[in-house]
Design a protein around this ligand. Structure first.
Ligand SMILES: C[S@@+](CC[C@H](N)C(=O)[O-])C[C@H]1O[C@@H](n2cnc3c(N)ncnc32)[C@H](O)[C@@H]1O
Length: 270
């Protein structure tokens, strides 16, 4: 690993012989915080499924645009980013604090490498924190003193579930997880979701097989299934669409088949 100031050999709980979602995704985004085993898995995706990097980049792009829209167009100034991933070129707090420096951001990830790198990045930022937790245990995140130090649940909050619900298998009930947060955030709060989109395309079925056999998780869902995850939230225009088509800032272009395999939507609690 090449992240400055962080020696990965010192991070407890890291198994360099097994690929991790965070490190594999980091490699797909062009990052350096990954091991040989992660690069081997990602290279397999890239060779076999040449759109893997486009999916990762489109996903990161829509996340940045959604955070920008929230902070520029609404009074919301507090964010919880779950399954936040390794720090990359533009992170949620950087996007939000560029527009509104008082924005507060809580990052949560279950990968110890994310924690180590996140702490190094955020050491000087008192409006931002990162801690290790499993999003399948939402109570631990909601009750955590780290969360409570920055998030006031009496005020609207933005919940970011970017490229994370597709890492929950069906029996882990991702809809119930969204519902958990829905029940605890006030009206006027936002929930952003990006998610692998199946389109019933054989390529998505193949990618699902590769991810399930290597990481034990990775679900491509149909638009109907992803829309159902929003529950009683109100999806804002343009609804659930391919990530690259969600309020794009670039000139419109014809999407590759790969770019159609990741969807995003921003919703508000009425
Ligand atoms: C594909 S990355 C997405 C990173 C970032 N949210 C983004 O959209 O760019 C998925 C992240 O979720 C984390 N993750 C996977 N399962 C998790 C879980 N059960 N609880 C918390 N984090 C999890 C992984 O460690 C990884 O960092």
């Amino acid at each position: 690993m090449a992240a400055e100031g962080v020696s990965t050999t010192d991070i407890p709980g890291v198994d360099p012989t097994k690929p991790s979602i965070a490190r594999t995704y980091d490699y797909l985004l062009g990052g350096k915080d990954n091991y040989e085993v992660d690069r081997a898995l990602a290279d397999h995706f890239i060779k076999d499924l040449p759109g893997s990097q486009a999916i990762a980049h489109d996903n990161r792009g829509v996340l940045v645009r959604a955070v920008r829209e929230i902070v520029a167009g609404t009074p919301v100034r507090q964010f919880i980013d779950m399954g936040s991933g390794l720090p990359t070129s533009d992170n949620v707090h950087q996007v939000a604090q560029r527009h509104a420096p008082e924005s507060r951001v809580v990052y949560v990830d279950n990968d110890p490498v994310v924690l180590a790198h996140g702490r190094a990045l955020l050491a000087e930022n008192e409006n931002t924190t990162v801690f290790q937790a499993d999003l399948r245990d939402p109570e631990a995140i909601y009750e955590s003193p780290d969360t409570r130090a920055l998030i006031d649940f009496e005020q609207p909050v933005a919940i970011i579930l970017s490229a994370i619900l597709h890492h929950l298998n069906d029996d882990e009930d991702p809809a119930a997880l969204v519902r958990y947060w829905y029940d605890r955030i006030p009206s006027g709060s936002y929930v952003f979701i990006s998610h692998f989109r199946s389109e019933n395309d054989p390529r998505s079925a193949h990618m699902q097989e590769v991810l399930q056999s290597s990481l034990g998780r990775g679900r491509w869902r149909t638009d109907e299934q992803i829309t159902a995850l929003f529950g009683d939230l109100t999806l804002l225009p343009p609804g659930l669409v391919p990530a690259a088509e969600w309020r794009p800032t670039d000139a419109p272009h014809e999407l590759t088949v790969w770019e159609r395999l990741i969807a995003a939507g921003l919703s508000v609690k009425p």
